[in-house]
Design a protein around this ligand. Structure first.
Ligand code: TXA
Ligand code: MG
Length: 320
């Protein structure tokens, strides 16, 4: 079923009720579309794993509408986590914090921590606030794609990828194309200093400035499972090439200032890095739809959000 609904006061209210009744609601955030379920409903969460074909030990982020709910889900919160929350929420950042009893194993993959995020999207915030006003405490939502595939940045992409598994009580709320286009930055806040587990629009530099702390950048000693840290991830069907010269008929993505090699199919010409991030997943999905088998990409220069663009493209290109 496609189940796409324009986001209105009425449909958001119906979707919030559907969540409370244990159904699934895919909704837009500023990063990517999420596949939401009541974070306290084990059966509904199990359905998320089934629909996504995701291994059960991968934890799911809890989305809340305001800081007031943080203490329901997390404890032993360091001061720097509050600094980050105040500066970057609502926004494209997830904080990993020590869990309270409310965050059950079925949500955290059995780990003693919970991921929390307040998204910066009107539809998401209205849905979360409505759900909370009905008695809900948080909406668990991974990206609304099949495990290992590209995150969706439009409602159509959600419907194409997961629609068949939706039933008549599930919703896809349409909120247009996501503005950021890449998944949130994940910051582990369980140590004296913050540690970035997934890069995103909130950069390492921004985190260090706000917390006045140095990031932990070793990868030793974490047994934490972040699916985005698997090497081959965020992958389209097409093979991605980060170097080399395209042959006629191959796809090509680069900033608008880069000329298209002869015979290549220009898939996108973003004007700057922010636009590059926003259109990347959508463009790769379009390439798959056109059955383009090889896509050549000119990476943007490191720094700002392009660090996250490069991270995702390197994973998409990984064939190991
Ligand atoms: O931008 C985003 O973060 C989107 C939107 C929908 O909010 N969500 C998203 O969820 O990307 P997902 O599940 O596709 O990626 C979240 C990552 C996963 O790799 C998961 O392992 C990690 O966050 N994560 C979630 N909860 C965690 C926890 N308690 N401990 C460690 N990692 C956690
Ligand atoms: Mg994901």
């Amino acid at each position: 079923m496609s189940n796409i609904f324009a986001s209105t006061k009425l449909t958001i209210n119906q979707a919030a009720t559907a969540l409370l009744n244990g159904n699934l609601v895919a909704f837009p955030t500023e990063t990517v579309y999420g596949l939401g379920a009541d974070a306290n409903n084990e059966k509904a969460i199990l359905r998320i794993y089934e629909v996504k074909k995701r291994p059960k030990n991968h934890p799911i982020i809890v989305h809340i509408s305001s800081e007031e709910l943080i203490s329901k889900w997390a404890r032993k919160i360091p001061d720097y986590a509050f600094l980050l929350a105040r500066r970057f929420w609502p926004g494209p950042m997830t904080l990993i914090l020590t869990r309270t009893k409310l965050a059950k194993d079925f949500l955290t993959g059995g780990q003693d921590c919970v991921g929390l995020r307040i998204p910066n999207h009107k539809v998401a915030i209205n849905l979360l606030a409505e759900f909370e006003s009905l008695g809900g405490l948080g909406v668990a939502a991974p990206s609304a794609n099949l495990f290992g595939k590209l995150s969706p940045t439009t409602a159509d992409a959600v419907a194409e990828e997961l629609g068949e598994q939706f039933n008549s009580k599930d919703f896809i709320l349409d909120g247009g194309m996501c503005g950021v286009g890449l998944e949130s930055t994940i910051v582990d806040c369980r140590f004296k200093q913050p540690k970035v587990l997934r890069v995103g629009a909130i950069t390492n530099e921004m985190i260090e400035v706000v917390t006045e702390l140095k990031l932990i950048n070793d990868h030793i000693g974490t047994k934490i499972r972040v699916s985005g840290s698997l090497k081959s991830h965020y992958a389209p069907n097409a093979d991605i090439y980060l170097e080399g010269i395209p042959r006629p008929g191959d796809g090509f993505i680069a900033l608008s200032c880069v000329k298209t090699p002869k015979g290549a199919v220009r898939l996108a010409s973003p004007e700057d890095d922010l636009q590059y991030a926003q259109i990347l997943y959508h463009t790769l999905r379009q390439a798959d739809k056109r059955s383009i088998k090889r896509v050549f990409v000119v990476l943007p220069e490191l720094g700002g959000i392009s660090t996250a663009i490069i991270d995702r493209l390197e994973r998409a290109a990984y064939r190991g």
